[in-house]
Design a protein around this ligand. Structure first.
Ligand code: ZN
Length: 272
């Protein structure tokens, strides 16, 4: 009985994190049950699951997702638009409408004019299937029209731009308010939205904030290019950054409010 309950929890977790993982686990249980009769090897279910999952993720899901109007963001094929962490791709969290992929590719290309070699680093986007199916823990990444992009950071020791950002999972390295800037995150936490800075607590043990400097110039360029793209309807960031980066004139750049996680570690981009 406990074993069945554990399987149900595991299937639910896989489904929440990857959309297809739960179904692949069920298929793997069935297939490994058949195979075990002939060849009783330890770890067979895991072997079948990992093989099936990777096969599905890289060869079966992309063409099926295209049928439902979503495409994966480039994994290796565009050196200017890359995943901040390959796990976003492995977990099937990088699907978007074709128009959003085109907009990101165009912006990544435009970035080269001022910052040759610049890469636009994407993080969570949407799952491959079903409008309305949310990508946890994000509220709105459910229709193929949303994607989160990393801000830019410089490593102090080398003065080099960080590949991706210093967080091990992409989120939680905040370009927080400076003295004199209004702290919207703190104001939200005081209203009871205690979880909005949780990513920062999770990332904190894995990097030293004093080793990195927020690259305001490069981040501002990215935000301006995105805001100027006609296919982009809305960008969400913390208001203190909108002011600091001189973006007050861009109506598309807004505050996400208190319900969603704070947005001074990434920009949330929406397709029109
Ligand atoms: Zn988002």
């Amino acid at each position: 009985m406990i074993k069945i309950l554990l399987h149900i929890c595991w299937i639910a977790l896989l489904t929440l994190l990857t959309q297809i993982g739960g179904i692949v686990w069920i298929l793997s249980l069935v297939l490994s049950g058949i195979l075990k009769a002939k060849c009783p090897v330890r770890g067979l279910t895991w072997f079948v699951f990992i093989s099936f999952y990777l096969l599905a993720t890289f060869f079966i899901v992309p063409p099926l997702a295209r049928l439902s109007g979503r495409v994966p963001l480039p994994v290796f094929e565009n050196p200017r638009l890359r995943p901040e962490n390959i796990w976003f791709c492995i977990l099937n969290r990088t699907y978007v409408r074709p128009g959003l992929r085109q907009a990101l590719e165009a912006v990544a290309q435009q970035m080269q004019a001022r910052f040759p070699g610049a890469v636009v680093w994407y993080m969570d986007a949407n799952f491959p299937f079903i409008d309305g199916y949310p990508l946890e823990p994000h509220f709105s990444h459910r229709d193929g029209k949303k994607v989160d992009l990393s801000f830019y950071w410089t490593e102090n020791k080398t003065s080099q731009t960080v590949a991706g950002n210093p967080s091990p999972f992409g989120y939680g390295v905040f370009a927080g308010p400076r003295p004199g800037e209004r702290d919207y995150a703190k104001a939200c936490e005081e209203k009871g939205y205690w979880y909005i800075g949780l990513d920062g607590d999770l990332a904190a043990p894995f990097f030293r904030a004093e080793n990195y400097t927020f690259d305001a110039e490069r981040t501002s360029e990215l935000l301006r290019r995105l805001a100027a793209h006609p296919a982009v309807s809305r960008l969400l960031i913390q208001p203190h950054l909108k002011t600091r980066l001189g973006l007050a004139a861009y109506d598309k750049i807004r505050f996400q409010g208190c319900k969603a996680a704070r947005h001074d570690d990434h920009v949330h981009v929406e397709l029109r």
